[in-house]
Design a protein around this ligand. Structure first.
Ligand SMILES: Cc1cc2nc3c(=O)[nH]c(=O)nc-3n(C[C@H](O)[C@H](O)[C@H](O)COP(=O)(O)OP(=O)(O)OC[C@H]3O[C@@H](n4cnc5c(N)ncnc54)[C@H](O)[C@@H]3O)c2cc1C
Length: 422
């Protein structure tokens, strides 16, 4: 509970948790905790974005893997977003140079992970965020339109200070404040990582022909150019989202030109397979980096989402990883509180750290390796990787394994991602 110039105190036996950062993982965690524990836990999500009406739209569309979809269904938000979700029915991978007249297909994946359940859906970020906010409020989560300026731990509580002088005393603060997390830094938690000399340019593109649920990843020398299917609409009847990895040095010129030049550059990479193209949004660039926190928590402070780990978008797994962490953290905190233990104590942190460290490192290493392998134009490297892709294409067992990995269904899943209650 937020208080004027003082601090709130503990009322009754309810626990109090503050989530700093109302992105998708932060909201999913808040909602999961309230749904599992009801009035036994008070959850406040602080984010300056809640108060902004003039914020530029997030043009990202996400490949939400089957495991994350099961979690959203369990949290009761899937029905609200499914009309705007496009199933990915097939994934096609090509490897060529920009000027090559044809782009040979080296690898295709198709199939469902269960009857009627595709391995992933494309969803536009804005709709998903709105649905999670609405469900969180309905479950009793308090949305506070303010950043957390500092989180000050005491022996048995932690105080989240807001910039206007108000503060919230809580048992635990979860820092879900993005890759450049100030709360992580202030807590002295180290970060191992590096920036890629690349940016991810995103935009929505309209096209004449139906994509039929096909996602295409063109591996070009500057990095992957992904064409990801969206539900019908737009000026030409059909739409796709592009995630275009480009050398950072090229980005100012690409973004600085007019809309005609931008469309021409997109057409050179997109190809003509879906007919005439039109840009439905401006191009927006995101700097790309890799990083992982040395620890996922400190005293009464736990890290979530990009504040804990950032990976290259080559496999569209960053948000899925963040949602998996939210599911694991919700499980650790719920189990801890049901045992009557302190959610800010060492038990929850240890369980969370143990359940997430290996998976996060493995996914980070895999996406980093893929980016290095495919953003490379040296002939021997190209020959070796094309041979590898061709081999995988002929091995249905291995392909099934990759599909389950992309669906987030390999290894042990947190309960929410198995579609089970907490
Ligand atoms: C080009 C690109 C394409 C991508 N495509 C995919 C994809 O297809 N699939 C996928 O799974 N992932 C994808 N990702 C990754 C995904 O976007 C991120 O992993 C995800 O958005 C991380 O969410 P987050 O809430 O942790 O961080 P953010 O989205 O950065 O949100 C952090 C939030 O914290 C708030 N905040 C900041 N400081 C404070 C503070 N002090 N107090 C309170 N709040 C604060 C901010 O306002 C913001 O709302 C992509 C990433 C990029 C760059």
């Amino acid at each position: 509970m937020v208080q004027g110039d003082g601090v709130s105190g503990r009322r009754g036996t309810a626990r109090e948790i503050v989530v700093a950062g109302g992105g998708l993982p932060g909201l999913a965690l808040a909602l999961a905790l309230r749904q599992a524990l009801g009035e036994a836990v008070r959850v406040t999500v602080c984010d300056p974005a809640f108060g902004r009406t003039d914020a530029p739209p997030d043009l990202r569309a996400y490949a939400v893997a089957a495991a994350a979809r099961r979690m959203l269904a369990r949290l009761g938000v899937w029905d609200a977003v499914s009309p705007g979700a496009q199933p990915i029915r097939q994934m096609v991978i090509t490897d060529s140079r920009l000027a090559d007249p044809v782009r040979p297909t080296f690898l295709t994946f198709e199939g469902e992970v269960a009857e009627g359940e595709p391995f992933a859906h494309m969803i536009e970020g804005g709709g998903l965020l709105a649905a999670l906010r609405e469900a969180a409020v309905a479950s009793g989560v308090v949305l506070e339109p303010s950043p957390v300026a500092a989180a000050v731990p005491e022996p048995d509580r932690i105080t989240a200070r807001l910039p206007d002088g108000r503060s919230i005393r809580a048992d635990l603060v979860v820092a879900a404040d993005g890759a450049r997390s100030r709360l992580r830094e202030a807590a002295g938690i180290g970060w191992v990582g590096w920036s890629y000399p690349q940016s991810g340019i995103v935009a929505t593109v309209a096209h004449e022909r139906d994509h039929e649920g096909r996602a295409i990843e063109h591996f070009l020398p500057s990095g992957p150019f992904a064409v990801l299917p969206l539900p019908p609409g737009g000026s030409l009847g059909h739409r796709s989202s592009i995630v275009w990895t480009e050398r950072q040095s090229e980005v100012p010129a690409l973004l600085g030109g007019g809309p005609d030049e931008a469309l021409m550059e997109v057409e050179r990479r997109f190809g003509l397979g879906l007919g005439r193209l039109a840009l439905e949004s401006p191009l927006k660039a995101y700097p790309l980096s890799f990083g992982i926190a040395r620890r996922f928590g400190a005293k009464r402070l736990l890290l979530l989402g990009d504040a804990a780990h950032v990976i290259h978008p080559i496999a569209g797994q960053g948000l899925n990883l963040g949602l998996r962490s939210a599911a694991a953290l919700a499980e650790a905190l719920t189990d801890t509180m049901r045992l009557g233990l302190d959610p800010g104590g060492p038990e929850a942190l240890e369980t969370y750290e143990r359940s997430r460290r290996f998976d996060t490192l493995a996914m980070g290493a895999a996406t980093d390796g893929l980016n290095r392998l495919f953003s490379n134009d040296a002939l021997p490297v190209r020959l070796a990787r094309d041979l590898g892709l061709g081999l995988v294409d002929r091995l249905p067992g291995l392909k099934r394994l990759f599909i389950r990995e992309a669906a987030g269904l390999r290894g042990r899943q947190p309960r929410l991602m198995r579609g089970e209650a907490l």
